[in-house]
Unconditional design. Structure first.
Length: 376
């Protein structure tokens, strides 16, 4: 099978008027000039890009990872692939050790669901501090415990890829070093850390800032804080939720200008109300009201998002802060690199799974391919 379009987004460039040959679910060949191809699917002026990689997803379609329900997990996988997410990290919330034990076990035992491919688990918590708790339950906060992480890794079947912690907690640096030894990337968030505390964690091996600006000590000209660290430290990645509610477009532009698009990961932080009507939902132990494009606690605080990653891509293009190439990389290759899964997803290349999205000239989703099969 051959598919072609005006633009194909490769790892380092945009191929114009090229084509992809797909065989047995893989990309067999990248054709530089498609003008002589007769028998192919022609997407004309559209963009063929890698399937989206969302490394921060709590739920979708009325289901949450913390439901600890295999059927719900399967529905999440089946439904988010329809909106272009072909690979993702199911994401937990701060909860009891017992709940987290069961949640990671369920994901590990059902990691081969149909639909979006589960590439690992993201543990968001429970090693956080109260001031920037967001929609995390402080009743379960504790200091970093490497034995707990090792147990969760064992229960998951070894698929935990990322854990978020607050770097001002005691024992952070040793925890980071030990987590990296067992293949877990350490992210920093829900924290009131100083710039110096964040830097010390990064020096120890932490490499991701969770939903930059949200849930962290802000930038001040004499106290750079977590935001200052996210903007300036080398060899780290900054997550961004680009729904227009979590971060002002100009503030998102600051991150992209400071970091460069190649170290900014677009994520959704989507909760169970993603893809659902407005109304009342839950995020962990908390009641959430979904209205006017946001999910909020009774206090008014944001509680995750209902963002679809394809809309985050469209937003940053329409805001004029990223080119289509940059936006698509920030939703595929960059997040994949941030957690070391770019060997299996995030880019179009020969012998890779043919997990693809097609966007029309308005950057709306036109088609999704998973293992070379057209889904939409």
């Amino acid at each position: 099978m051959f598919i072609k379009s005006k633009y194909i987004v490769l790892e380092d460039r945009v191929l114009e008027n090229g084509a992809l040959e797909i065989e047995n679910g893989k990309i067999k060949n990248i054709i530089e000039n498609s003008s002589n191809l007769k028998d192919c699917i022609d997407y004309k002026n559209s963009i063929i890009a890698p399937g989206f990689v969302d490394t921060h997803v709590h739920g979708f379609s009325g289901h949450d990872i913390m439901d600890k329900d295999a059927e719900g997990l399967k529905i999440i996988c089946e439904d988010i692939v329809k909106i272009g997410v072909t690979s993702f990290l199911p994401t937990t919330l701060t909860s009891s050790t017992e709940n987290l034990n069961q949640a990671v076990k369920v994901v590990g035992e059902n990691k081969n669901c149909n639909g979006a491919k589960i590439r690992g688990i993201f543990l968001e918590g429970p090693f956080f501090t109260i001031k920037h708790k967001g929609a995390q339950n402080p009743s379960y906060f504790s200091e970093p415990n490497i034995d707990k992480l090792k147990k969760w890794q064992e229960l998951s079947g070894g698929i935990i890829k990322k854990i978020a912690i607050a770097p001002e907690l005691n024992g952070t640096e040793e925890f980071v070093k030990e987590a990296r030894k067992i293949g877990v990337y350490v992210a920093l968030g829900h924290s009131d850390a100083t710039y110096e505390e964040a830097k010390a964690a990064v020096d120890a091996g932490a490499s991701i800032f969770v939903h930059t600006y949200n849930g962290m000590s802000p930038l001040h000209h004499r106290k750079p804080g977590m935001v200052g660290a996210a903007l300036t430290l080398k060899d780290v990645y900054a997550e961004l939720i680009c729904d227009g509610h979590h971060v002002h477009p100009a503030a998102a532009d600051v991150v992209m200008k400071c970091r460069g698009y190649d170290s900014v990961a677009l994520i959704t932080d989507c909760m169970m109300a993603g893809g659902m009507p407005e109304g009342d939902y839950k995020l962990g132990d908390f009641d959430v009201k979904v209205a006017d494009g946001t999910a909020r606690l009774e206090s008014g605080s944001l509680a995750g998002s209902i963002l679809r990653l394809k809309d985050g891509v469209k937003n940053v293009i329409n805001w004029g802060i990223a080119s289509p190439f940059e936006a698509l990389q920030m939703a595929s290759l960059v997040p994949a690199k941030s957690v070391g899964i770019d060997d299996v997803c995030g880019k179009i290349d020969i012998d890779r799974d043919a997990d693809l999205v097609v966007l029309d000239s308005n950057y709306d989703l036109e088609a999704v391919y998973l293992d070379g099969n057209l889904l939409k």
